[in-house]
Design a protein around this ligand. Structure first.
Ligand SMILES: C[S@@+](CC[C@H](N)C(=O)[O-])C[C@H]1O[C@@H](n2cnc3c(N)ncnc32)[C@H](O)[C@@H]1O
Length: 433
C-alpha cells in the first residue's frame, strides 16, 4: 500500500513515519510513505499556497493550483490513486473505514477478519492524503479531486496532519505483517460491535489494588467468558450505540398490561378497569413492532370476560367483516389473570424465565436508558417481558420483580403523564423500531 501525504509540513510526516510499527512497516517495505511539500507547487516564488477568502471572512484558504498540480503529478504515476481529504465537515472516520482502506473484508458489519495482502508494490492501492491548513481548501479542489472526506471528531484542529497520522496508524496496523500477532486485530475494541475487556498485568497486587481472581485460575473457558461479559457490560454502559447502530433487536419480546396491583392517585393499591382503547391501540402497536404476545392481565373474571367479548366482536363477529385488519392486531392479545400467568406462559414456551422490564413515569436511581435496553435486546436470545402499569402505575410489589427499570419517556417540559397506550407506542418504537 502506498501513501502520498501532501502537506506544507513534510518533515512532520517523515518524522512520524520513522517511529514504532509505522516506521517498521516502511523499513520492511510493507508500505511506502512519501511526504510531498505542497509549497513546491506554490503559485509564486514566495511559496504561496493560500489566499484570502472570496466573500470575506477571517483566515486564509488553500488555493486550488498547488493541490491540482501536486495531485496531477502523483496520478500520472498512479492513475487509480484515491484522494482523501480531512475536514471537520467530513464523515466521521471509524474502524470500519480503516478496515475498508486496509482492504479488509469483514464478514458482517462488526466482525473482524483481515484478508491477506502482499507487500506493497505498484499493484497496491495508493492513497493521496491532502492535508490542509488555515480555513481549509478551496471547494473546487474537493469537488474535482477528492474521493473521501473524513473528520476525526467534532472539534477543530489547526491542520490535516494530525488526522493523517490517525488514518495512517489505524490503517497500517491492519495490514498483514505489521503487527507481531495478527490476532490482536480480531479481539479488540470495535470488533463484533464491542469495546475490549479491561486488561491487567503484573504485579498481581499494587497498593492494595488486586487483579480479578478469575485471570489466575488457568481456566481458559472461564477467562474467555469473563472477558466477553466485561466487554458486553462495558459496551452496554459506555457505548450502547455501537451495538444498536450495527444490529437489530432479536430477543423474543412480550408486553403485559397490568391492572392489579397498581396505585391510584392517593398511592393506594387498587384494581383498575380494562379499557377498550388499551386493548385496540396497544395491540396495534404490538403488531406493528412484531411483539410476540400482548398479555392483558386482570384479576376479575367479569372484566376478563368483557375483554374476551370485545375481542370476539372483532375476531369472529361483525367487526371481522367490517375491519379484518383489526382482528390481525387483536389476535396478539392473551387475556390472563396476573403477572404469574404471563411469566408461566413465557417460561413454558422458551423453557426459561423472561427478563422483566418494568416501566414508570418516575425516574429512579437505577433506570436503564432506552439505548442500553435496545442494545441488550440486540445481543440477547432470552425472552424479555415489558410491564406497563395502568392507574397511577405499577406497585413496588411488581417493580421489585423486574430485572430492569426503564427510564421514563420525557418530553421538553416537566409534564409526562402519557396515556399507557401512547407510552407503549413510544417505548416500542425506541426499543424495537
Ligand atoms: C482550522 S481547520 C479549518 C476548519 C474549517 N474552517 C471549519 O470550520 O470547518 C484547518 C484544517 O485542519 C483539518 N482539521 C481540523 N479539524 C479537523 C477534524 N476534526 N477532522 C479532520 N480534519 C480536521 C482540516 O484539514 C482543516 O481544513
Amino acid at each position: 500500500m502506498n501513501f502520498k501525504v501532501i502537506t506544507i509540513f513534510p518533515d512532520l510526516i517523515t518524522q512520524f513515519a520513522g517511529h514504532g510499527l509505522l516506521g517498521k512497516a516502511v523499513r520492511e517495505g510493507l508500505i511506502t510513505l512519501e511526504a510531498i511539500n505542497l509549497r513546491e507547487y506554490a503559485v509564486n516564488t514566495q511559496g504561496q499556497v493560500d489566499d484570502t477568502p472570496f466573500g470575506g471572512g477571517s483566515g486564509m484558504v488553500m488555493r486550488p493550483e498547488p493541490a491540482f498540480s501536486a495531485i496531477d503529478k502523483i496520478k500520472a504515476q498512479h492513475p487509480d490513486a484515491k484522494v482523501i481529504y480531512f475536514t471537520p465537515r467530513g464523515k466521521q472516520f471509524g474502524q470500519a473505514d480503516a478496515r475498508r482502506l486496509a482492504n479488509s473484508s469483514p464478514t458482517t458489519q462488526c466482525s473482524e477478519k483481515t484478508s491477506a495482502n502482499s507487500a506493497s508494490d505498484k499493484t497496491q492501492p495508493t492513497y493521496i492524503i491532502l492535508c490542509s491548513r488555515y480555513e481549509g481548501a478551496d471547494q473546487r479542489i474537493i469537488d474535482e479531486l477528492v474521493d473521501e472526506e473524513f473528520s476525526i471528531g467534532d472539534y477543530v484542529l489547526m491542520g490535516g496532519e494530525t488526522p493523517a497520522f490517525v488514518l495512517l496508524e489505524a490503517v497500517v496496523r491492519l495490514l498483514p505483517g505489521v503487527l507481531g500477532n495478527p490476532e490482536s486485530t480480531v479481539q479488540e475494541s470495535f470488533s463484533h460491535c464491542l469495546l475490549e475487556h479491561p486488561q491487567y498485568t503484573k504485579p498481581r497486587e499494587y497498593s492494595g489494588l488486586a487483579v480479578p481472581e478469575v485471570l489466575f485460575g488457568g481456566n481458559h473457558a472461564e477467562i474467555a467468558r469473563w472477558q466477553k461479559n466485561q466487554a458486553v457490560n462495558d459496551t452496554l454502559i459506555r457505548r450502547p450505540e455501537l451495538i444498536t447502530k450495527a444490529l437489530k433487536p432479536k430477543a423474543p419480546f412480550y408486553l403485559a398490561l397490568i391492572h392489579h396491583p397498581v396505585y391510584d392517585k392517593q398511592g393506594d393499591v387498587i384494581i383498575s378497569s380494562i379499557t377498550n382503547l388499551d386493548l385496540h391501540d396497544i395491540a396495534r402497536s404490538c403488531k406493528t413492532f412484531a411483539v410476540d404476545r400482548y398479555y392483558v392481565a386482570h384479576p376479575t373474571k367479569a372484566l376478563r370476560l368483557l375483554a374476551l367479548k370485545i375481542l370476539g366482536h372483532w375476531e369472529h363477529g361483525y367487526g371481522l367483516t367490517y375491519n379484518p385488519n383489526r382482528s390481525e392486531a387483536l389476535e396478539t392479545i392473551s387475556i390472563v389473570t396476573d403477572l404469574d400467568d404471563v411469566i408461566l406462559a413465557i417460561e413454558e414456551k422458551h423453557k426459561m424465565l423472561p427478563r422483566i422490564i418494568a416501566t414508570s413515569a418516575r425516574r429512579g436511581p437505577h433506570s436503564t436508558t432506552f439505548t442500553e435496553m435496545r442494545a441488550r435486546l440486540c445481543l440477547s436470545d432470552e425472552p424479555h417481558l415489558m410491564l406497563l402499569g395502568t392507574g397511577w402505575g405499577l406497585t413496588e410489589e411488581i417493580t421489585s420483580r423486574a430485572d430492569y427499570m426503564l427510564e421514563p419517556v420525557d418530553g421538553r417540559g416537566d409534564y409526562n403523564h402519557l396515556s399507557v397506550r401512547a407510552a407503549a407506542a413510544i417505548m416500542l418504537s425506541r426499543l424495537l423500531g
